[in-house]
Design a protein around this ligand. Structure first.
Ligand code: 6R9
Length: 626
């Protein structure tokens, strides 16, 4: 057993990262590690600048000689009767053909391609096909609405979309192609919609724009040379929510990102590509689905399981039956899934043989000690370590986590930064805190996997992450550090919610609500939810000429669902006569949060409010929710 305190933190980080870069083959090895300045005046983030590589070739071509016949992906369908194994050679063939179809239709290096896909192998092929020709992919979660899809297509100026006729999840279908058609009524510039036939459901095709993948794949060859890319060329854009405004398109680079995910995937999961069957249950629409379902595992030549369905279908034993069926050795999932399955009792777990498992992972939100213990003791039979990995869309890969050969002595603690990563805790004013302390989590030194910018808005990137505490990266999270130097993440300190591991800005939900004709003003806060982590509580003020009716809350919930997508559906809508505001008109969210949390006794000083009486009304009315 190794002690966490003995992790080898490099003194000379540039030398460390340059050595780490040899985890990839490169076309031209970089000779320089970093050129990073987080000062607003001369802001730049560059890694391995003179290196040349192709991310797709790193994930596929270089394994063909030694691992061509090895399984790259195991695909487990929504229907438990259906699964498939796909070798590295086969993935290579599909990806080269898809790349050639894109090329034939004029998709070029640097062009943006939006992927709106269910969890089928073609989602991974599409990412890799873009990478092969140097096009920048932007995966939009298949659960997002046509409106949300359109705004992302417009924001990144995509010229092509890759989608499927329909998706399948938990026995239900999702009309992906129809959603794309609706989105494209509001988006311009898309010349190609490449559509994968998944369910065979009825689909309308626009001639001259839409192509079927199964018809095109035989029209092209599998000969498609990988485009040499500079390390700093963007690999992908992924939209994520922040505390203000619309979701932002976070840009990741080719070289630094791929080095970082290959490094962390190997280290954190202690991967043996010849023995492990690795399963990450994330959706391809999230960063975890990029870094640790596709790029990390394939860069390492591992076998990655892709799951089309949900953990509760056809019954809450699905994760364990799939584990048994495919002899999964490493399972990486989210606390929300663990909590939901824990509720169903141990029987579903114990009904399946889990002796293949050797390591468990958690990601997406803080894991409560109770869920940790159940995961450890029941799922892992007490013999599997848990890596509780803290990271973000913006960090590209895992930053803080226990390692499998270290003691599992702190349930709920993400523990320590990986070698090469430097953290700091500060108070609200930015004073550095030493020793045992609770504060805001900062990252104080650059790392190769960090995001390079916000698409189309470089200033927003600097303002959001590097301005609050100049010269450092502000994570938006709070943390507690103990006397041994271990970290426990306490959650977001900004107006970002984490609902079932999905990141959402309260501002997005508020703007969806006020777009409804009945609504004058809205304020959205999170409250603790025992399965989802956080639930969504909306305070809504109606337009003066609108009468409150019994079905209005439900109408508004549906409205948000339609506007953003099912993951954003409010749990509670509280129609309110007013909101607590300061005399200068600022909404006091702290008070709204306490009311939603069911702690009206902790409101603190409300005397500075413009109308203090409003608080009593809100408290009395909110009681029906708790
Ligand atoms: C990878 C991912 C990022 C936010 C992050 C934090 C929360 C993620 C966590 C965790 C506690 C963990 N978070 N992992 N909190 N412990 N192990 O989830 O990226 O969707 O961008 O969310 O998720 O609050 O700031 P993303």
């Amino acid at each position: 057993m190794r002690r966490r305190q003995d992790r080898p933190h490099p003194q000379d980080r540039d030398t460390f990262w340059l050595e780490t870069a040899s985890v990839l083959d490169w076309i031209t090895m970089p000779t320089k590690a970093s050129d990073v300045s987080w000062k607003a005046e001369d802001f730049r983030i560059k890694w391995f600048e003179d290196g040349v590589l192709n991310a797709c070739a790193e994930c596929l071509d270089r394994h063909l000689a030694t691992r061509g016949k090895k399984t790259a992906f195991i695909w487990e369908g929504d229907d438990p009767e259906i699964s498939e194994t796909i070798t590295y050679e086969e993935v290579f063939d599909h990806v080269c053909r898809m790349a050639n179809v894109l090329k034939a239709r004029g998709v070029d290096k640097g062009d943006r391609v939006v992927l709106y896909m269910p969890m089928v192998p073609e989602a991974a092929y599409a990412m890799l096909a873009c990478a092969r020709i140097g096009a920048i992919h932007s995966v939009v979660f298949g659960g997002f609405s046509p409106e949300a899809l359109a705004s992302r297509i417009n924001d990144c100026g995509a010229t092509a979309v890759i989608t499927a006729d329909e998706g399948r999840r938990g026995g239900k279908t999702i009309p992906l192609k129809a959603n794309v058609d609706r989105a494209l009524e509001k988006a311009e510039g898309v010349r190609l919609v490449l559509t994968v036939k998944v369910t065979g459901g009825e689909t309308s095709m626009v001639s001259g724009r839409d192509l079927w993948w199964h018809e095109m794949r035989d029209e092209v060859t599998a000969d498609c040379p990988a485009e040499p890319m500079a390390a700093e060329d963007p690999l992908f854009i992924l939209y994520t929510s922040g505390s203000t405004g619309k979701p932002k398109g976070v840009i990741h680079s080719t070289g630094g990102y791929l080095v970082y995910v290959a490094y962390t995937f190997g280290l954190v999961f202690d991967i043996d590509p010849d023995k492990d069957i690795y399963w990450c249950t994330a959706d391809v629409g999230w960063i975890t689905g990029h870094s640790y379902m596709v790029y990390g595992p394939l860069a390492r030549g591992a076998t990655s399981l892709l799951f089309e369905g949900v953990p509760t279908y056809p019954d809450p034993g699905r994760l364990w039956s799939v584990t048994e069926k495919h002899n999964v050795t490493i399972l990486y999932t989210a606390p929300t899934a663990i909590r939901a399955l824990m509720k169903e009792g141990d029987g579903f777990v114990k009904a399946h043989d889990r002796s293949s498992l050797r390591l468990l992972g958690s990601v997406g939100e803080p894991i409560n000690p109770e869920a940790w213990r159940w995961y450890h003791d029941v799922v892992g039979e007490g013999r599997c370590p848990i890596v509780d990995t803290w990271w973000q869309t913006e960090t590209g890969g895992i930053m803080i986590t226990p390692l499998p050969d270290e003691p599992m002595d702190k349930p709920g603690w993400a523990t320590a930064p990986l070698p090469g990563i430097e953290l700091s805790l500060v108070d609200q004013e930015g004073h550095r805190l030493e020793g045992d302390a609770e504060g805001l989590l900062l990252i104080t030194a650059g790392w190769p996997g960090q995001a390079r910018g916000v698409y189309g808005d470089p200033q927003r990137f600097i303002d959001t992450y590097f301005s609050a505490y100049p010269g450092t990266y502000f994570t938006g999270d709070g943390a507690h550090r103990d006397a041994e130097g271990d970290y426990r993440i306490t959650g977001r300190v900004d107006d970002v919610l984490n609902v079932s591991g999905h990141r959402m800005g309260t501002a997005e939900i508020e703007s969806a609500l006020v777009a409804h004709p009945a609504v004058a003003e809205a304020a959205v806060v999170g409250y603790p939810h025992d399965v989802k982590g956080q639930g969504i509580h909306c305070y809504v003020i109606l337009q003066s000429d609108v009468q409150e009716t019994d079905d209005l809350p439900q109408t508004l919930r549906q409205h948000v669902r339609q506007d953003i997508g099912p993951v954003a559906t409010p749990d509670r809508v509280q129609i309110a006569p007013g909101l607590p505001k300061t005399r200068s008109g600022k909404i006091m969210r702290r008070i709204l949060r306490k009311i939603a949390e069911g702690h009206p006794d902790q409101l603190g000083d409300t005397s500075t409010l413009a109308e203090p009486e409003i608080v009593d009304t809100l408290v009395a009315d909110a009681q029906r929710f708790t």
